[in-house]
Design a binder for this molecule. Structure first.
Ligand code: HEM
Length: 545
């Protein structure tokens, strides 16, 4: 208290006029006024700096914000697409914003994506943007906890485990998981023909069971209802926006994440050990494919590396596929005409004279135009990943065609910024797609894409090998739900097989109805773009289960 009095008298001595009413106030009130005053001063200075002080013209325009450090976190976090589209209208395709002490530069549109997703490793690094989030979850030595060149080789090893032969074996396994799930877990039967569910929860369970049965292997499938489920839940609790922003907080969820990582890693190690001893029979799955993989320099993947890659694959596929299947099924529940057309597609390709269906096969699944369009269109509107980040490690000049800055200078995205790609913006851009906000699977059925004003360029792209086999570079495509460039997804074919088989099973056996008054809104507060309140009911088509 004496200290406060001393400061006040010091200010008075310096000639600052302190009004008598202030000194007459109780201490708490003076502290409160002082606090509010300081905040107002900080905000005022931040506003003054942005509107009145000259800014380095080579820097991209900065999104106006009141609170320093916090910046546009709330504006961006609440609805990133609203943020991106509004800022694009105001600032153009390239602009920066502050979020929790970081400066991010958004580069939109196909050309913008090319800067980040197609950026050179000497300019942008994914590992510097993600490792603090992913390494505590996946474990050390893999993905973003190793040099990019090693990640490229790990992706090659993963691709070798997803051969056509492996993918061919999946539809029957996935179908059998669906049968088990709908009849036993959801208890749909002749006597109980309709069940109302939280679709996201339902699909998360089905996705993890089908991924376990196929990609992850028998032992994981057997443990899925036991300890594995708990490890997964705790690890997943460490994969949130909070973890992304604050890698190490002294919170119970962080401690649970670390404990679960160790337990999960040991769980996979034990599987590998028992397989080596010949103590378990198993199919040729991802673990067995990774065993024996050797880096270019002759160093083999260790068992620990394999365990951590398996965790990474589990996490990479789980939310993306659960979200995509949920959105697709929500749209089908909302559009009985498309649901019926999908059913007729199944009848046409697999229907038998007795009214039953022949089994799904990998080849047949790949040749279902409407099914393909439904998934494609769902990913167009609901790309699970709305923002893809890279750390800028050397200045990136922005081509003038992308952003035309004033006064003959060119923008440079400086070292230390994060560069953010948002492929979902061009995927929903009304300048590229007719009725861009309406779910229209039919747009994909025609050669040039019905309802697509631009030529359908996404398939015509330069082929590049970044170290995991030739892939279409695709960085300038307006359609990139699986990313582009060196970090492009290697799980796309698996995801399509899994999603088509599950959706086909559901369409064959059930009709669906939305159990909410209007189509669910989007929750952007999670790492993955998810539906809010996704309630639907499944009703048995025929009295057959
Ligand atoms: C990378 C989307 C399913 C494994 C990516 C990226 C995207 C993506 C956008 C690029 C990330 C970046 O550039 O930073 C999706 C979607 C999926 C899906 C929409 C499902 C609908 C899967 C599945 C697996 C998987 C099932 C595993 C089997 C990977 C891997 C990478 C990746 C290993 C590479 C990461 C890197 O190189 O940095 N995915 N993914 N994904 N995805 Fe997927």
């Amino acid at each position: 208290m004496n200290d406060t009095f001393e400061k006040i008298s010091l200010l008075q001595e310096l000639g600052v006029h302190i009004p008598p009413w202030y000194t007459a106030l109780p201490l708490v009130a003076r502290i409160a006024i002082g606090f509010v005053g300081s905040v107002a001063l900080i905000i005022g200075l931040n506003v003054f700096r942005q509107v009145a002080l000259p800014r380095n013209k080579s820097l991209p325009p900065m999104v106006f914000h009141y609170i320093p450090w916090f910046g546009s976190a709330a504006y961006y976090g609440e609805d990133p697409y609203k943020f991106f589209f509004e800022c694009r209208d105001k600032y153009g395709d390239v602009f920066s914003f502050v979020m929790m002490g970081r400066t991010l530069t958004v580069a939109l549109g196909p050309k913008g994506n090319n800067l980040s997703l197609g950026g050179k490793t000497s300019q942008v690094r994914a590992e510097d943007a993600y490792t603090h989030l992913t390494t505590p979850v996946f474990g050390k030595g893999v993905v973003y906890d190793c040099p990019n060149d090693m990640l490229m080789q790990q992706k090659k090893f993963i691709k070798s485990g997803l051969t056509t032969e492996a993918l061919q074996s999946y539809p029957p396994l996935i179908t059998s998981e669906c049968e088990e799930f709908f009849s036993h877990d959801l208890k749909l039967s002749k006597s109980n023909p309709t069940v109302k569910v939280d679709l996201l929860k339902t699909m998360s369970e089905l996705i993890i069971c089908t991924a376990a049965r196929t990609l992850q292997g028998k032992e994981v499938r057997q443990a899925i209802n036991g300890k594995f489920a708990q490890y997964y839940e705790d690890l997943d609790g460490g994969f949130t926006p909070l973890n992304f922003l604050f890698p190490n907080l002294p919170l119970p969820s962080y401690r649970r994440r670390d404990k679960a990582q160790k337990a999960m890693s040991d769980f996979y190690m034990k599987i590998i050990e028992e397989r080596k001893k010949g103590e378990s029979d198993h199919e040729h799955d991802m673990i067995s494919s990774l065993q024996g993989s050797v880096y270019k320099d002759g160093v083999p993947l260790t068992d620990r590396d394999i365990s951590h890659i398996m965790i990474a694959l589990l996490m990479a596929g789980q939310h993306t596929s659960s979200a995509t299947s949920s959105w697709a099924l929500l749209h089908l529940a909302d559009r009985p005409d498309i649901l019926e057309a999908l059913y007729q597609e199944q009848v046409k390709h697999f229907g038998k004279a007795d009214g039953t269906f022949s089994p799904m096969t990998y080849e047949a699944v790949k040749d279902l135009p409407l099914m393909d369009s439904v998934i494609r269109e769902t990913l167009r509107m609901h790309a699970p990943i709305h923002s893809i980040y890279r750390k800028v490690i050397s200045d990136i000049p922005v081509p003038p065609s992308l952003a035309a800055p004033a006064e003959n200078s060119s923008y440079v995205i400086p070292t230390g910024h994060f560069i953010l790609a948002a492929p979902g913006v061009s995927q929903m851009d009304p300048l590229i797609w007719q009725n861009s906000k309406t779910w229209t699977p039919e747009r994909w059925l025609e050669e040039k894409g019905v309802g697509q004003t631009a030529v359908n360029t996404y398939t015509k792209s330069e082929q590049v090998d970044y170290g995991f086999g030739a892939v279409s570079k695709g960085t300038e495509s307006p359609y990139q739900p699986f990313g582009a460039g060196r970090h492009r997804c290697v799980g796309e074919q698996f995801a399509y097989t899994q999603l088509s088989t599950i959706i086909a099973y559901i369409v064959r056996h059930f009709t669906m109805k939305l159990e909410v008054p209007s189509f669910p809104e989007t929750n952007y507060r999670t790492m993955i773009v998810l539906p809010k309140n996704p309630y639907v009911s499944f009703t048995l088509r025929k009295q057959e289960v």
